[in-house]
Write a protein that binds this ligand. Structure first.
Ligand code: IMP
Length: 438
């Protein structure tokens, strides 16, 4: 029997999910994206070669692995085609191994225009979105006016519906945002080069995934962003517009929750966040700058500098409970190598009370002060270590303390960017049946 596992970010994104998915894909037959869009940026380093994927599941770099994009994902035809073409230059024939749900919402130029205009208008209150149109595309989906992948079949109807949608959005762009309108031609320029490819990849992935499961395949569900960016459970309104947590797997791919065997929470050995919003353990001093530099904390999608801070157990408590995390994958341990001491935030103080979980409003969250435990650093290199026994004593103590506070066993520890730079404490996947869907 194969296993179906979820790998997702348990903080604010950028935890290093791409590497973990890529690593576990060695034993998997299928990898599935179930939410988000090309706002994600999964960086993979294989044999020294760096690949950044935004929309296509990280499993694509493994020959023979089938990749799926579920209806919970918002798909930019232009971004998808660019990614397929850039993979082709590396000799990876993505289109042949990728299937897309016909029900996935399209991200079109008017979504990008609305995202940018909205952020510009908000000024200092801006969310700090990636500017890729993700939020407006999800708004259209919920408002039941989306154009979806299946709408690319009949171009005449597509154009007709698009004209109607443009009337609505252009009124908002022109009169509310005082921004440039978007034309039907601009939309067609976006979709036409990608249309045939998209149509050739269309498939009812709910059926495909069931077939794979029944045939004994190992299936990985690859999360994008992180738990605290979830539209329902994150630091609203400073969140993305999808369900980044484990519940999103069922809705975003049509794979029922009881079919899942394991939920792996990927977490940095410290914490980062891009964009606006509360971040109690943020370090605005030279330690924060050090983490940013050593950890190369720049957004894979936007190039923005990430905010850096200490490991936050309150964030992890929320993440463990909301996702039902069954194991942890700790990344970027080596970034901490040179520090004299390390802090772990165990609780927050809010108006004199000690609290264990993030509060609901961003005003209250911004008023939280971190309560820290302090541990000594290890002051030696952990880069590339592959055996737990080879870790310095203080690094092992630090990890054991994180594990005890979070209450979930650590299965994997990443000690560098390469696939091989990993300590495996628990086997998550055994060989799955080598099966494929047509
Ligand atoms: P959006 O997803 O572009 O609407 O951006 C909403 C918020 O999510 C912003 O704070 C972004 O910085 C953040 N965000 C979106 N995608 C990622 C990601 O892949 N990693 C980290 N943060 C992200």
């Amino acid at each position: 029997m194969g296993k179906s596992i979820v790998i997702l970010g348990s903080q604010w994104g950028d935890e290093g999910k791409g590497k973990m998915v890529d690593l576990l894909t060695e034993k998997a037959q299928a990898v599935v994206r179930f939410q988000g869009g090309h706002n994600a940026g999964h960086t993979l380093v294989i044999n020294g070669q760096k690949t950044v994927l935004h929309l296509i599941p990280s499993g694509i770099l493994h020959e023979g692995v089938q990749c799926f994009i579920g209806q919970g994902v918002v798909v930019s035809p232009k971004a998808l085609l660019e990614e397929i073409n850039s993979l082709a230059k590396q000799g990876v024939e993505a289109a042949q191994r990728l299937k897309i749900s016909p029900a996935a919402t399209l991200v079109l130029p008017y979504h990008v225009a609305l995202d940018k205009a909205n952020e510009a208008r908000k000024g200092r209150q801006a969310i700090g979105t990636t500017g890729r149109g993700i939020g407006p595309a999800y708004e259209d989906k919920v408002a039941r006016r989306s154009l979806r992948v299946c709408d690319l079949i009949d171009l005449n109807t597509f154009k007709e519906r698009c004209e109607h949608i443009l009337q609505y959005h252009n009124a908002v762009l022109k009169h509310y945002y005082e921004a440039e309108p978007v034309t039907l031609n601009m939309v067609l320029e976006d979709i036409m080069p990608a249309r045939e490819t998209l149509l050739s990849m269309m498939s009812d992935i709910r059926v495909d995934l069931q077939t794979l499961r029944q045939n004994g395949a190992n299936i990985i569900f690859e999360g994008a962003q992180g738990a605290l960016l979830d539209i329902d459970h994150g630091t609203y309104p400073y969140v993305t517009s999808s369900n980044t947590t484990a519940g999103g797997v069922a809705t975003g791919s049509g794979f029922g929750p009881l079919y899942l065997d394991e939920v792996v929470g990927v977490t940095k050995a410290y914490c980062t966040r891009v964009g606006g919003g509360p971040f109690p353990t943020e370090l605005l001093d030279e330690v924060g700058q050090f983490l940013g530099k050593k950890g190369q904390e720049f957004g894979a999608t936007t190039g923005r500098a990430r905010r850096c801070g200490w490991f936050d157990v309150c964030v992890m408590r929320r993440s463990v409970e909301v996702n039902s995390l069954s194991s942890l994958a700790i990344t970027k341990l080596d970034v901490l190598d040179e520090l004299d001491e390390l802090k772990i935030c165990t609780h927050y103080k809010l108006k004199g009370d000690k609290i264990s979980h993030p509060p609901v409003t961003h005003e209250e969250y911004s008023a939280c002060e971190p309560v820290y435990e302090v541990m000594p650093g290890w002051k030696s290199s952990t880069l590339g270590i592959t055996q737990e026994a080879d870790l310095p004593e203080n690094a092992r103590r630090y990890l054991a303390r994180l594990e005890a506070l979070v209450g979930v066993p650590i299965a994997l520890i990443s000690t560098g960017a390469e696939r091989e730079h990993t300590i495996e404490l628990k086997k998550i996947l055994n060989e799955g049946a080598n099966t494929k869907v047509a």
